[in-house]
Design a protein around this ligand. Structure first.
Ligand code: ARG
Length: 459
């Protein structure tokens, strides 16, 4: 009992099972740098306001620096009996500097301590994820520039719809990842308030300076309400929400890579670096990295759900349930870091089968809309009627087993007499894509401009 940091009122010690369910050190050791940074800020503040003597303050700061070194060089022994990172550090500090160590926890609780540590950690994770997203965007933008004029089929319902350019398709993902970044930036603004000094829940009677610790830890301000400060995990939930949406975007791109590398599509090939072979089928080149990125979205979505469900219905203020906030966040951050790196590598190395994409762009009568649009423009036919006429033309081509551009002028005129030879100018897939110059459209000129704009907006 007396051997634990909190053991004063206990006669016996915790059972082995209690220790196992209670200890978080196996995962929260990842907060060591944030924990030490927070403690140093707290210590400096206590000295400044006169709660701690200079001598004690110096001893504590030196001890904390030594512990940081011990942990970073792998010489620190973490103890499950000491439950968590906070008590592991504090207890080592007592070994190093003696009684002064016991003064560090004045005007502080593990409740505001962990809330502060975790915010610092999530804030770093946000910054890291934003950088990684920027690298992926850069890879996509470079590819898009090379393929501003590469025509491919665009799909709805995964049915061939209209010719688009591959560059345009890639830039669609640049927009998604741009929104992911902006979600992270927004979340960062809200999370950047400091819980330290809320103490257990009610604040403290010591004359602390919460503005000083907040500034020292690069927070914008202290959290305004001590009860909220120790019970809020919105910052973690928002991070996970942004991460889950990002993982969904990655999984959609991953699915397209899986699809496009099949023998049936043959639009792109992945590099040796991002594929694997089969132990039985010698011809195989499997898109494992893309499949795993697709799969890992499930984990990140699960992590968001896990934390939402932990927090749901918790009364104010701190409950031990909240110790379970960390593993989902760590897992999501690790998973996404790996997925983003893998996707960036796949995109950078991607080779594009331009002839095959172009050939496929016309399959499935994808320029039918262009015929209808031509009837509207050249013959002033109302669009609904033009749609109907074009449908009959498609049926004719289908019966003959040929493409739209293979129909003769008499064939076309047998459906509608207003059609002239000029219609052939819109039947090619390149002309079709090039004609779509409306703002945000797929024409190569638009894509070339959008590439430059994306570089300015995102890189
Ligand atoms: N390991 C704990 C956590 O992560 C630290 C806070 C413990 N506070 C307490 N009152 N038991 O939540």
């Amino acid at each position: 009992g007396a051997s634990t940091i909190w053991g004063g009122r206990f006669a016996g010690g915790p059972s082995a099972v209690m220790q196992r369910i209670n200890a978080s050190i196996d995962f929260d050791k990842r907060l060591y740098a944030q924990d030490i940074r927070g403690s140093k800020a707290h210590c400096a503040m206590l000295v400044k306001v006169g709660v701690l003597s200079d001598a004690d303050g110096q001893a504590i700061l030196r001890g904390l620096d030594q512990i940081l070194q011990e942990i970073e060089s792998g010489r620190f022994t973490f103890s499950t009996a000491l439950e968590d990172i906070h008590m592991n550090v504090e207890s080592r500090l007592a070994e190093l500097i003696g009684e002064a160590a016991g003064r560090l926890h004045t005007a502080r609780s593990r409740n505001d301590q962990v809330a502060t540590d975790f915010r610092l950690w999530v804030r770093d994770a946000v910054d890291g994820m934003e950088d990684a997203l920027g690298r992926l965007q850069a890879a996509l933008i470079d590819k898009a520039e090379q393929h501003a004029g590469t025509v491919m089929p665009g799909f709805t319902h995964l049915q061939a719809a209209q010719p688009v350019t591959f560059g345009h398709h890639l830039l669609a993902y640049v927009e998604m990842f741009g929104r992911d970044r902006s979600r992270l930036k927004d979340a960062r603004v809200r999370m950047n308030e400091c819980p330290l000094g809320a103490a257990a829940l009610a604040g403290t009677s010591f004359p602390i300076d919460r503005h000083m610790t907040a500034a020292e830890l690069a927070f914008d301000r202290p959290c305004a309400n001590s009860l909220d400060a120790v019970s809020d995990r919105d910052f973690a939930m928002e991070f996970l929400a942004a991460a889950a949406i990002c993982a969904v975007h990655l999984s959609r791109l991953a699915e397209e890579l899986v699809l496009w590398t099949t023998a049936q599509f043959r639009f792109v090939s992945l590099s040796d670096g991002f594929t694997t072979g089969s132990s039985i089928m010698p011809q195989k080149r499997n898109p494992d990295a893309a499949e795993l990125v697709r799969a890992k979205a499930g984990r990140v979505i699960g992590d968001l759900n896990a934390l939402l469900i932990v927090m749901k219905g918790l009364p104010l203020t701190y409950s031990k349930d909240m110790q379970d906030d960390k593993e989902p966040v760590f897992e999501a951050a690790d998973t996404l870091e790996l997925s983003l790196a893998a996707m960036t590598g796949m995109i950078t190395d991607l080779s594009v089968n331009t002839p095959r994409m172009k050939e496929s762009a016309g399959a499935g009568y994808t320029t039918a809309t262009d015929i209808a649009d031509w009837l509207v423009r050249a013959a002033n036919v109302p669009f609904r009627q033009a749609h109907h006429i074009t449908g009959q033309i498609v049926r004719l081509a289908e019966t003959r087993g040929i493409g739209l551009e293979q129909l003769s002028l008499p064939d076309l005129q047998s459906v509608d007499g207003r059609i002239t030879a000029d219609v052939f100018s819109v039947l090619g897939v390149e002309a079709s894509a090039a004609s779509r110059t409306s703002f945000g459209g797929t024409a190569p000129v638009n894509v070339a401009a959008a590439v430059q704009a994306a570089r300015r907006r995102f890189l």
